[in-house]
Design a protein around this ligand. Structure first.
Ligand SMILES: C[S@@+](CC[C@H](N)C(=O)[O-])C[C@H]1O[C@@H](n2cnc3c(N)ncnc32)[C@H](O)[C@@H]1O
Length: 713
C-alpha cells in the first residue's frame, strides 16, 4: 500500500492531474468491498450542453459538419480565446489530453463546438421559466425541469436538501436498445461495460438523491425489470444501508411479451427503500386481494387448528394431544381438556358434548397447533371457530393466527358481531369500490389498472394525440404506488428525476384531487430526441441546441405538454380531452385538474455573474423553489432595494432594512428572508431581527458555497 502511495506522490509531483487521476482510481479500487457490488466507476461521466453559450475556459467537443452522420470526434478541447474574424465568432482551442510536452491547437467556428460538462466539474445552476399553467389558486406549484438530471439534482441540494418525502424514478432499464446514453453515446447490448456504466450512472444520481430525501421519514421508489434488478438491489443496499428495502413484482403487461424459448414476461419490479417510513394501510378493492387461494380473500384467513405438514404427529408434541369438548347443536366449545397421558387414546367423556381429538386424515394421532392453555385464552378473543357438517358427524376446528388477529386489531377487517361459537364475524366485502378492505397488499400486484399499454401508452395518446413516448407507466400504477407513502401527507414533496412523459406529476395531481391535498411534484427530464428521429434531423442539417431540434425533445414535446393537458383538460391542439379517468376517482379527463405547474430549463451560470447580480433572473426561480414554489416570485432585482412576496423576502440594499423588516413583520406565511451581503456580522445582526419561523439565508454566499465544492468524480 505505502509503495503505491509513494508512487502516486511521485506521479503527482511530476504531473498533478495524472497523479490526481491515479489516486482516484486507486481509492476506488481500495474501497471495493470484498462482498457486494464491484464495478468500474467510469470516471468522469460527461454530458453535452448544446444550449450553453461558449465561454473562455470551457471544455468543448468539435462537432461533425451539419448534415454529416460521421462518428463524432470525442477528444475534449479547452477554449483559450474567442475571436471575431470577418464577422464570424471563432474559438481558439487547445487539446485537453494532449501528450505531455505537446500542444495541439485548433481554430473552429463557435457554432461548431459544444460545451461538455464532466461530472467532476463544478456547476452553478440557474433556471429559466418556459411557461406555466395556473388553475390551483394558492396551491404550491408543480415544476417540470428540462435538464441533465445529475445537474438538476445538484441544483436541488440547495433548494430541497432533506426536504423530499418521496422519490419515484423509472430509470432507463439498460435494455441495450438505445434507451440511454453514457457520455453522449447510446449504451448498446454488446457494450462490455454496459452494466458498470449503468451502475455508475445510477450511483452518482442516487448519492445526491439521498441528500434530498428526508433522512428519517421518506421513501425512494425505483422501478426496474429483469435486466438490472439484481445489480440495482445490491446498489441500493450499499447506498441505503440503514433503510428497509422491499421489492415487489407488478404485472404491467397482462398480455405478456412472448420471448423465443423463454417465459412470457408480464411483470417488472419496484424497489421501495424506506427510511423510517412504511406503507400505509389503504382501502383496497378486490383487485388487490385474490379471492381464490389462501393468500388473501378479502376476509381474515382461518387456519386449521389441527397441525398439518411437518412436526404434526402426537409424538412431536404430546402436550398438544388433548380433547376439545364440542356441543355440536349450538355449536360451541364446552371445555378444553388436558393432554392425554402417554399410551392413552381415549379421552374422558363430558356430558352433552363430543370429544374432538386431533386425528389426521389417515387415522393416525396428530396434534393441535397450541397447548390447552393457549387455546383457552384465544376462545374468548373470538379466535376459534367450529364448523359442523350437516349431519353433525364431522367437526372441524379453525383458529386465527397471530398475524391475522393483528390485522383485525388494526382495523383491516371490520368485525360485525360474533357467531354462536363465540368466533368473530366479519363484514362481507363484495364491492369493487375502494374502501372495502383496509390493507397493505402483498408483494405481488396483479391489478388490471396497472397495464402500461392501456393506461400508459393509450392514456398518454388521449392527452397529447400523435406524440409518441416509449413505455410510459400506467398512470394508475404510479398513483397507487405513491399513495401508500403520501396518503397521510397532504403536503408531500415528490420528486421524479427520470420523469419521461410526466406520469408521476399527473399521478400526484390526481392524488391531490382525491383528498384536497397540496402535494407538489418536481419532475426532471432531459430534452433527448428519440434515436430514430435524431438521424432524420441530422440529415436535415440540424443539431442539438437548434430550436428545430429541441422542439422535438422529450421535455418540450412530451413532458410539459402532458402536464399542461392534464391540468387544462385540453390537448396541445386545444381540443377537450375525451374519455373519463377510470378505477379510482372517475371523472371526465376533459375537466382537467385544479393545480398549478411551471416549466423550467436548467442553465449554467458563472460564480462571478452570480455574485455580481448579473445572473439574478436565473437564480430567482431557485429562491422561489427553496421557499416552497408557491405564490409570487421576485423575478427582477427590486428597484427599491428589497421586496417581500408570499413565501419569502429579499433584501439587497441593507440601508432599507427597516422598511424590509416592517413588510416582513406584516407578511403571513413567510418562510425565508434572503439577505444579500458580504458581511457575515451584519448578516447575523439582521437575521436576529427576523420573526420566529423565518429562516435567514445569506446571498450569494449560501448559494456559491453550496455549489463550489468540486464533485469529486
Ligand atoms: C424510462 S423513462 C421514464 C418514463 C416515465 N416513468 C413515464 O411514465 O413516462 C426515463 C426518462 O428519463 C430520461 N433520462 C434518461 N437519462 C437522463 C438524464 N441523465 N437526465 C435527465 N433525464 C434523463 C429519458 O429521456 C426518459 O425520458
Amino acid at each position: 500500500m505505502s509503495r503505491l502511495t509513494d508512487l502516486i506522490a511521485q506521479a503527482k509531483a511530476k504531473d498533478p492531474q495524472m497523479g490526481a487521476d491515479l489516486e482516484r482510481e486507486y481509492k476506488a479500487l481500495s474501497s471495493r468491498l470484498p462482498f457486494g457490488l464491484n464495478f468500474e466507476r467510469h470516471r468522469p461521466e460527461a454530458v453535452e450542453l448544446p444550449q450553453r453559450p461558449i465561454r473562455k475556459g470551457d471544455k468543448v467537443l468539435v462537432l461533425p459538419e451539419r448534415g454529416s452522420s460521421a462518428k463524432r470526434d470525442l477528444r475534449l478541447w479547452v477554449v483559450k480565446k474567442i475571436v471575431k474574424e470577418r464577422g464570424k465568432k471563432l474559438a481558439e482551442l487547445e487539446l485537453l489530453d494532449a501528450e505531455r510536452g505537446t500542444t495541439q491547437t485548433h481554430k473552429v467556428a463557435v457554432d461548431d463546438i459544444v460545451v461538455v460538462a464532466e461530472f467532476r466539474d463544478t456547476i452553478y445552476p440557474g433556471l429559466v421559466s418556459t411557461g406555466k399553467v395556473e388553475r390551483g389558486g394558492d396551491k404550491p406549484c408543480h415544476t417540470v425541469i428540462n435538464g441533465e438530471n445529475y445537474h438538476v439534482l445538484k441544483a436541488l441540494t440547495w433548494t430541497h436538501r432533506g426536504k423530499v418525502d418521496a422519490i419515484y424514478i423509472d430509470p432507463p432499464y439498460n435494455t441495450g436498445a438505445k434507451d440511454w446514453k453514457y457520455n453522449n453515446d447510446y449504451v448498446e447490448g454488446d457494450d462490455l461495460y454496459r452494466h458498470s456504466k449503468w451502475l455508475a450512472m445510477m450511483e452518482r444520481r442516487l448519492l445526491i438523491a439521498r441528500e434530498l430525501l428526508n433522512p428519517t421519514d421518506s421513501v425512494l421508489i425505483v422501478t426496474i425489470d429483469e435486466k438490472e434488478y439484481l445489480r440495482l438491489g445490491l446498489l441500493l443496499e450499499q447506498l441505503f444501508a440503514n433503510a428497509r428495502i422491499q421489492m415487489i413484482s407488478i404485472n404491467v403487461n397482462p398480455a405478456a411479451a412472448s420471448r423465443a424459448g423463454a417465459f412470457g414476461r408480464s411483470d417488472e419490479y419496484i424497489f421501495f427503500v424506506m427510511q423510517g417510513s412504511s406503507p400505509a394501510r389503504l382501502p383496497l378493492d378486490r383487485d388487490w386481494v385474490s379471492v381464490k387461494g389462501r393468500t388473501h380473500t378479502g376476509a381474515p384467513r382461518w387456519d386449521l387448528l389441527r397441525r398439518s405438514g411437518s412436526g404434526a404427529s402426537r409424538r412431536d408434541s404430546p402436550g398438544c394431544f388433548y380433547p376439545i369438548y364440542v356441543d355440536v347443536i349450538t355449536p360451541s366449545i364446552m371445555k378444553v381438556g388436558e393432554p392425554l397421558p402417554d399410551g392413552t387414546s381415549v379421552p374422558p367423556q363430558v356430558e352433552g358434548s363430543i370429544a374432538i381429538l386431533p386425528i389426521r386424515k389417515n387415522g393416525s394421532e396428530g396434534r393441535w397447533m397450541m397447548t390447552p392453555g393457549e387455546l383457552r385464552s384465544r376462545i374468548p378473543q373470538g379466535r376459534v371457530r367450529i364448523s359442523v357438517s350437516k349431519k353433525g358427524k364431522k367437526v372441524v376446528l379453525y383458529y386465527l393466527a397471530d398475524g391475522e388477529f393483528k390485522k383485525i386489531e388494526e382495523g383491516e377487517f371490520p368485525v360485525e358481531g360474533s357467531a354462536p361459537d363465540g368466533s368473530m364475524v366479519f363484514a362481507q366485502s363484495d364491492s369493487k369500490e375502494m374502501g372495502s378492505v383496509l390493507a397493505i397488499p402483498s408483494t405481488q400486484w396483479r391489478i388490471p389498472s396497472h397495464d402500461s399499454t392501456q393506461y400508459g401508452t393509450r392514456l398518454l395518446a388521449d392527452f397529447i394525440p400523435g406524440r409518441k413516448f416509449p413505455y410510459p407507466k400506467s398512470l394508475y400504477a404510479v398513483e397507487d404506488t405513491i399513495r401508500f407513502f403520501v396518503k397521510e401527507r397532504p403536503n408531500a414533496i415528490v420528486l421524479d428525476y427520470f420523469a419521461g412523459s410526466g406520469t408521476t406529476a399527473h399521478a400526484v395531481m390526481r392524488l391531490n384531487r382525491q383528498d384536497s391535498g397540496r402535494r407538489q411534484c418536481i419532475s426532471v427530464t432531459n430534452n433527448e430526441v428519440a434515436a430514430d428521429e435524431q438521424a432524420e434531423l441530422r440529415e436535415k442539417g440540424l443539431r442539438p441546441g437548434d430550436p428545430d431540434w429541441e422542439k422535438w425533445g422529450i421535455c418540450d414535446f412530451i413532458t410539459k405538454p402532458r402536464v399542461e393537458a392534464a391540468i387544462t383538460g385540453k390537448t396541445p391542439g386545444g381540443e377537450p380531452i375525451k374519455g373519463d379517468y377510470k378505477f379510482i376517482d372517475e371523472f371526465p379527463m376533459g375537466k382537467g385538474l385544479e393545480e398549478n405547474a411551471e416549466f423550467f430549463t436548467l442553465t449554467y451560470e458563472t460564480p462571478v455573474a452570480v455574485s455580481h447580480h448579473m445572473a439574478f433572473a436565473r437564480i430567482a426561480p431557485m429562491l422561489w423553489l427553496r421557499a416552497g414554489s408557491k405564490g409570487r416570485r421576485i423575478d427582477k432585482l427590486p428597484a427599491k432595494g428589497w421586496e417581500v412576496v408570499d413565501a419569502y423576502g429579499l433584501l439587497i440594499e441593507l440601508d432599507h432594512a427597516t422598511d424590509f423588516f416592517k413588510a416582513v413583520g406584516k407578511a403571513k406565511g413567510l418562510r425565508i428572508a434572503y439577505i444579500v451581503t458580504d458581511d457575515e456580522r451584519r448578516f447575523q445582526a439582521l437575521a436576529r431581527r427576523l420573526p420566529e419561523g423565518v429562516e435567514a439565508i445569506r446571498l450569494y454566499e449560501s448559494y456559491l458555497t453550496n455549489f463550489s465544492f468540486s464533485n469529486g468524480d
